[in-house]
Design a protein around this ligand. Structure first.
Ligand SMILES: [Fe+2]
Length: 219
């Protein structure tokens, strides 16, 4: 019996071309929205937060979210209308082309909210339940503002790699972003945020969940 080890590989890497032919689609998408006018949106966000802020247990340090309120959520507020007009065709493309969602059911924005992270603030690991697509839009991303991190959905399978598998080093992947970036991902995918390390400026994020009606479309 012969053994193949890492030093054999490093001394003589294989010559044939190896292509990745994984037939499963991607999970996390990024686009960019140019429409935020922070000079205007800062007051909108601060006022909205002052009016409805509540802290959920996942938010630690200086952080908060606008409360669930069926009468006042960003997707039904005129201040955010242009963003939702921008994102709608992108959502359709991701759902039907990239995630191959069922085309005979309807999809709609179920809820949306704003959150902020001040210096040291972060959000711990969570998911968005049965949202077919969750969207994090960075209205303001300060320098050193802290990125979103996603949990590897194959964490248990990769546990077989034993000592090379370090939970913090390999189990979480970071997606860098800047103001205007929009990250879209299925709601079941676990994620968290790094802390905002900017002492002077808050990170502001608009989050939106899309859900399925799970009913045939009316035609
Ligand atoms: Fe989230």
């Amino acid at each position: 019996m012969s053994f193949y080890n890492a030093s054999d590989y490093l001394n003589a890497p294989p010559k044939p071309v190896i292509r990745d032919v994984t037939p499963f689609g991607p999970l996390i998408f990024k686009t960019h929205y140019n429409g935020w006018n922070w000079a205007k949106m800062e007051k909108v966000c601060e006022d909205f937060m002052n009016e409805t802020e509540h802290k959920i247990h996942l938010e630690t340090g200086d952080a908060g979210s606008t409360a669930p309120n069926y009468k006042k959520q960003p997707h039904i507020m005129p201040e955010f209308k242009d963003f939702y007009k921008f994102i709608e065709p992108i959502v359709s493309d991701i759902l039907f082309s990239k995630l191959e969602a069922y085309t005979e059911h309807g999809y709609y924005v179920s809820n949306s909210w704003i959150n902020y992270h001040g210096f040291g603030g972060q959000t711990e690991t969570h998911h968005h339940g049965n949202a077919v697509l969750s969207i994090a839009a960075y209205i303001n991303f300060p320098k050193d503002g802290g990125y979103i991190q996603f949990r590897d959905p194959l964490e248990y399978q990769k546990g077989f790699l034993l000592k090379n598998y370090d939970d913090e080093m390999f189990g979480w992947k970071t997606i860098e972003a800047t103001t205007g970036d929009v990250i879209l991902f299925p709601g079941w995918l676990r994620h968290r945020t790094q802390s905002n390390n900017n002492k002077n400026e808050k990170r502001w994020v608009l989050t939106t969940n899309y859900m399925s009606t799970y009913q045939p479309l009316k035609k």
